[in-house]
Design a protein around this ligand. Structure first.
Ligand code: 4AD
Ligand code: MG
Length: 433
């Protein structure tokens, strides 16, 4: 008997197939046993009729407990009332491992606290909800890569072990590196600036690390970032790119993951309005808007999570905030030539209160200015000598941005915390499982 995945079951109507699966749920009524099984690709109702199977098979159907593993063989029938549109009339069941009732699967349909579920994350992943989230995550990643690949970008991987800070020295994870000290990367950007000078349009995509002591619904200590970087590009070019990029990603999720959005009870309507042009407001305008909404933020202050929420609730699509004060941004930001106290940078804030999903901008092109900035930020010039070289040998205006995958998934899937957007989240108080 050839094994079939549940997602392909529609190709086998009236044929006998085997599905290799786990028991999701079951109920009995007299001579009938209804098993809902799952195999990762879908759910299937397998109906065991006492008279149609051996005694052993009927007994096995009774013994199976939640998450026990089994193969089930039977004839596929189209049935509009069945979840997924198909049902199986069982001819045989082979249990692989039956979980004894006294040692039951720890996660039951009744409610559990988040900490408990996080401790059992390796098992929690099997739930319908977690599966839907991971499917959406995959779609976001796939769409991001697809967009960049088709737009002429070359993937250039950047190192995870690095000798220096990219995004400030306060959130570095140190690692012993033989006789030396290294850090887990906060961003591949600096290296992508080098590859952009070699290949024009590049991106890096990988895990990034921040020793963030903040315990918020938006912060992980390990998260995945996709970072395009473009030679001969301005901050305006990066605004255009971020807009097209985000629109493509959201569009793909709507196209391919509507079922999963439905599982999560995520209303797709607010995602359908995501299309260019995104509103673009300077930091100064954002400040006015925040003050009108009751914030007491002063010029020069960075937006807190609450400010970002207020801002992103003001628009029906992502909003681009540009030209923040240089003092609150990283050392590599290019100052605005017309107003050197602000940087040619951009953040994209997702709507519905989700806040920052993208950060980036134009990079300092001048050797002298970059050298000065490094000094002002107390960064060791020797460690950045290679980075300064990029300004010594054919410097050009260039820019890029980084998009946090987990932030995007939280927004698109409508989740209230990033912890469910990655299979095994790493947070301030969470390193297990
Ligand atoms: O704004 P950030 O810090 O920008 C950079 O790292 C730049 N070097 C990127 C670049 O220009 N190439 O981070 C970029 C994005 C944020 O907008 C957010 O989506 C995500 O990375 N991010 C986090 N996601 C989860 N947990 C955290 N602690 C995050 N910190 C940043
Ligand atoms: Mg940022």
């Amino acid at each position: 008997m050839t094994a079939t995945y549940i997602e392909d079951i529609g190709n086998h109507v009236d044929a006998e197939v085997t599905v290799r699966c786990w028991l999701h749920n079951k109920r009995s009524s007299g001579k009938l046993r209804f098993l809902i099984v799952r195999d990762g690709t879908g759910y299937l109702q397998a109906v065991v009729f006492k008279k149609a199977v051996s005694e052993a098979t009927f007994a096995a159907a009774g013994e199976l407990t939640h998450e026990s593993s089994l193969t089930v063989t039977g004839t596929v029938r189209a049935d509009e009332r069945a979840p997924g549109g198909y049902e199986m009339s069982v001819t045989a069941i082979e249990p692989l491992q039956i979980i004894p009732p006294e040692d039951a699967f720890p996660i039951t349909p009744k409610g559990h606290g988040v900490e408990f579920l996080m401790d059992k994350r390796h098992l929690w992943l099997r739930s319908t909800r977690q599966r839907a989230i991971l499917k959406i995550r995959h779609e976001v990643v796939r769409a991001a890569r697809e967009f960049l690949d088709e737009d002429g970008f070359t993937l250039c991987d950047t190192p995870i072990l690095t000798p220096a800070a990219c995004e400030g020295t306060t959130t570095l994870f140190p690692v012993d590196y033989f006789e030396d000290e290294a850090f887990l990367t906060q961003s591949g950007q600096l290296y992508s600036e080098a590859t952009a000078m070699a290949l024009g349009k590049v991106y890096n995509f990988g895990p990034t690390f921040r020793a963030e002591k903040s315990k918020t619904r938006r912060h992980l200590t390990e998260f995945w970032m996709v970072e395009p970087e473009v030679a001969y590009a301005t901050v305006e070019d990066m605004m255009d790119l971020s807009e097209r990029f985000v629109t493509h990603i959201v569009g793909r999720v709507l196209e391919r993951r509507l079922d999963e959005l439905k599982t999560l009870e995520r209303d797709p309507a607010p995602l359908e309005t995501v299309a260019p042009p995104f509103p673009r407001i300077a930091y100064d305008e954002a400040l006015d808007l925040l003050r009108k909404k009751g914030s007491d933020i002063e010029w020069g202050g960075d937006f807190g999570g609450g400010d970002e929420t207020l801002l992103s609730q003001a628009f029906d699509r992502p909003v681009i905030v540009h030209r923040y004060p240089s003092a609150i941004k990283a050392f590599y930001m290019e100052p605005d030539p017309d107003r050197p106290e602000v940087a040619l940078c951009l953040d994209v804030l997702a709507p519905e209160g989700y806040g920052e999903i993208i950060g980036g901008g134009q990079r300092t092109a001048s050797y002298a200015l970059l050298a000065r900035r490094l000094e002002e930020h107390g960064l060791d010039r020797e460690v950045f000598d290679w980075y300064l070289d990029l300004r010594k040998f054919g410097s050009v205006p260039h820019g890029g941005f980084g998009m946090g995958i987990e932030r995007v998934v939280a927004w698109v899937a409508g989740l209230d915390h990033v912890r469910e957007t990655i299979p095994f989240p790493r947070m301030l108080y969470r390193l297990r499982p």
